[in-house]
Design a binder for this molecule. Sequence first.
Ligand code: APR
Length: 331
Amino acid sequence: KMRKVVSVIGAGNVGEHVASLLALRGLVDVRMFDIPKKDGDRIIEPVKGKALDIRQMLAAIDIDAKVEGYTVTPEGEGYEALEGSDIVVITAGFPRRPGMSREDLLEKNISILAIIAERIKKYAPDSVVIVVTNPVDLMTYAVYRILGFPRNRVMGMAGVLDSARFKTFISQEIKVSPKDIHAYVIGGHGDEMVPLISISNVGGIPLINMLPREKIEELIRRTRFGGGEIVDLMGTSAYYAPAAAIVEMVEAIVTDNKRILPCSVFLDEEDGEYYGAKNVCVGVPVKLGNCGVEEVIKIPMLPEERQMWERSVESVKRNLKTVEELLNARS
Ligand code: APR
């Protein structure tokens, strides 16, 4: 098999944009999976329609890539076509509505992802899995536990998106291309995420030399609530930037380009020694390549950043017990 296959489970707002962006790059073949919907009395299969629409888009602009849509059931039937997937992206589940926190989605989304993870384990046991469903750090942990894959093949998407948001705001403020802005946001994907100011820079110049402290604080605040800002405006959660962030991760893996991107990964004993946190999935900078997470980077932190990091990890850990209970109740 020459071309890599990326399966996207959940072809809603985020999933369909991932599929279309991946297809537009012409780098991989894409398989989309979603449940049937109701249109009045009629049962429809949007996932097949979306796949067809994307294929026709490719024909219109002369790009070669295969895109297929598969209807599955919430009970987990119809996942045979996962076979042969190099990467599986999970976006299935419920998104936030105004007034909801990501944690409000926990119970419902775990029950959906538990079934999906079982199918991935059965049909694509060698794949690299990217979890997107929120609350993402907890979902990544749950999927990691159910899959039993080595930890390098399971990761959550959050940091690339949060960093893109931070870069957007910095770029708008100082009127420099986001390409020349380096900024890492680590920690849990929540209000206590940790933008690392000490290592953020614009064209190599530390951010702290470019903007007054209060301005930076304001941009951090906007980054932390960047998801909520969009939920309030659109009535549902963001999808263009999340999809692009996923594509960035997928591309790093399929092209083996060894990019350093913040991803939510399971921290083991050794990471624990540096990060002071283990047995939890949380955002850290990692090196991505063919094998998935090839290295967890030990990023330097100032004492106050380390404090923020610890608070952020604590807030992820607070809900980990609930996750364990839900997982135990299933087995
Ligand atoms: N099996 C497969 N697909 C499912 C299932 C299931 N059991 N349950 C729901 N889905 C599908 C829905 O049919 C829908 O098409 O998941 C898709 C989710 O899409 P949206 O509702 O549009 O949500 P989206 O904005 O794409 O967000 C998906 O990513 O960013 C996170 O917080 C967000 O958890 C949310 C997820």
